[in-house]
Design a protein around this ligand. Structure first.
Ligand code: HEC
Length: 179
């Protein structure tokens, strides 16, 4: 090959490769999907968990399909209530008292954020990862139940009812102490 032709080849080779690849992709159909667990399968556990949510669990309204809400409630009370409270409103996750966000809000409005946080946590914010603690089928139930939790701050009536309940309990406690 003469020097000049060689140089020409250097310039045109990437273009030819691009054209060939384009033709291959158009004619060849979808790229091959690697066998799960094989060396070519390079998805991380985070990718897999998130993909499972998006492809298998969420319906078109962003709601979890197939959750057992009764079991979800029990699991929520056991695992999440200690920090997030009975109805998920003990902690305001937005940090802005005028625009509060609770786990009920996140579960309902932003299921992927909820799912990510429950699985992988956030060490800076202090949320624990449950990926290794809670089996997948139980997580589905917890997520489904959490979507039914209240999403908004207490109304005046709710707050009044809670205060009344507190004062009744306080009365009872006092009486018990006197006896
Ligand atoms: C040991 C206490 C603790 C327990 C138990 C706990 N969490 Fe959390 N969680 C936290 C803290 C702390 C945060 C971050 C709060 C913040 O940033 O203000 C958090 C944040 C979250 C968030 C982030 C929501 C958002 O909008 O940012 C989700 C979702 C969540 N928790 C779900 C759960 C679920 C589901 C469970 C039960 C399986 C659970 N948590 C159990 C302490 C806890």
């Amino acid at each position: 090959m003469k020097r000049k032709t060689w140089k020409k080849f250097l310039y045109t080779a990437p273009i030819l490769y691009g054209v060939a690849l384009g033709v291959d992709l158009c004619l060849g159909g979808a790229p091959e999907v690697p066998e799960p667990g094989s060396a070519a399968d390079t998805l991380t556990i985070v990718d897999k968990r998130m993909a499972h949510l998006v492809y298998n669990l969420l319906d078109s309204n962003g709601m979890i399909r197939g959750a057992d809400l009764v079991r979800g409630e029990k699991l929520f009370m056991r695992n999440c209530r200690p920090c997030h409270g009975d109805d998920g409103r003990r902690m305001n996750l937005s940090g802005d008292m005028w625009h509060p966000r609770y786990i009920g809000t996140t579960a309902h409005d932003e299921a992927p954020t909820f799912w990510y946080m429950m699985n992988f946590g956030d060490s800076v914010r202090g949320m624990l990862p449950y990926y290794d603690e809670i089996p997948l089928d139980e997580m589905v139930d917890i997520a489904g139940f959490s979507q039914t939790l209240p999403r908004h701050p207490w109304t005046a009536e709710e707050a009044a009812a809670a205060m009344k309940e507190d004062s009744i309990l306080e009365e009872r406690r006092k009486k018990a102490n006197l006896q």
